[in-house]
Design a protein around this ligand. Structure first.
Ligand code: NAD
Length: 276
């Protein structure tokens, strides 16, 4: 069985550095796809209320027979549910959909600054963590100003910030701020969501050829060696297996530097200040 490295969080807990994400996984297919992922060996699943597939994730987890303490499950508070009571209610609905008594990680999905509710929402997440029903709490798509405000106005430092991050969009300012404050970085869209032609760039394909691996494996390896937590998504079992088979090689310094030099401000999704 592949041993996935763990990243230690600032609350003393640990998270498997490689997991499986289910954004845009059809709710009707989620149980089958997450079952495939668990059979391959993934133990960390990243979902969200807005994905509409928490119940399929929950059914796959329940049917798998994998002991609960070997699983790491993340879900997220959607923008419409930001606030205090609305966050408590949304969290209850997520637990219910997942069929779990607690999640490992609960995140505020977007700062949605025009709503001006992320500080209230964070206080609700602090209370949820206190209750033991979310073992860790964090944020997603928070940039430095959003993180600064949380740190100034609340008491728990987020365990993670889950941001769009891949070689063409590395968000150095957010990453540096997070590292300075002990906030682990989760990289969403680690492969550029297939929108940015990362897997065709010569820096990536040359490293893939040199190691007898695929371009996707090279990019995942780059993330792992940078210390990022990743959960690439695929509906296809052979690609899920490919994306998990990244622990038998390492990129050398020259290969790492060549891929790091691919930074292009190549954001594939909306700017966090614009998502409401
Ligand atoms: P990703 O970078 O993982 O790209 C997924 C796409 O890459 C697949 O649909 C497929 O087309 C392609 N792909 C996957 N494996 C491949 C392989 N081996 N070879 C070639 N192509 C391959 O993008 P993502 O799914 O958006 O991000 C991963 C996870 O991050 C999501 O599933 C979700 O859990 C999370 N996420 C979070 C947010 C957020 O706002 N917090 C936003 C988007 C995604």
């Amino acid at each position: 069985m592949t041993q996935v490295p763990e990243v230690k969080l600032n609350d003393g807990r640990a998270i498997p550095q490689l997991g499986f994400g289910v954004f845009k996984v059809d709710p009707a297919e989620t149980e089958r796809i997450v079952t495939d992922a668990l059979e391959i060996g993934y133990r960390h699943i990243d979902t969200a209320r807005i994905y509409g597939n928490e119940s399929g994730v929950g059914r796959a987890l329940a049917a798998s027979g994998v002991p609960r303490d070997e699983l790491f499950v993340t879900t997220k508070l959607w923008n419409d549910d930001q606030g205090t009571q609305s966050a408590f209610d949304a969290f209850d609905r997520s637990l219910d959909q997942l069929g779990l008594d607690e999640v490992d990680l609960y995140l505020i999905h977007w700062p949605a600054p025009a709503r001006d509710r992320y500080v209230d929402s964070w206080r609700a997440l602090e209370a949820i963590r206190e209750s033991g029903r979310a073992r860790s709490i964090g944020v997603s798509n928070f940039l430095v100003p959003h993180l600064e405000r949380l740190l100034a106005e609340t008491s728990v430092v987020p365990a993670v910030d889950q941001i769009e991050l891949h070689p063409a969009h590395q968000q150095p300012a957010t990453v540096a701020f997070a590292r300075e404050h002990g906030i682990a970085i989760e990289a969403w869209g680690p492969l550029g969501q297939g929108k940015y032609p990362l897997l065709e760039l010569p820096e990536v394909t040359a490293a893939a050829e040199a190691h007898g691996k695929t371009p996707a494996q090279v990019v995942i390896r780059w993330h792992l060696q940078r210390g990022n937590i990743v959960f690439p998504k695929s509906n296809r079992r052979e690609r899920m297996a490919e994306n998990f088979d990244v622990f038998d090689f390492a990129l050398d310094e020259v290969e790492m530097a060549a891929i790091t030099a691919l930074e292009r401000e190549g954001r594939v999704s909306a700017h966090p200040d614009e998502v409401e």
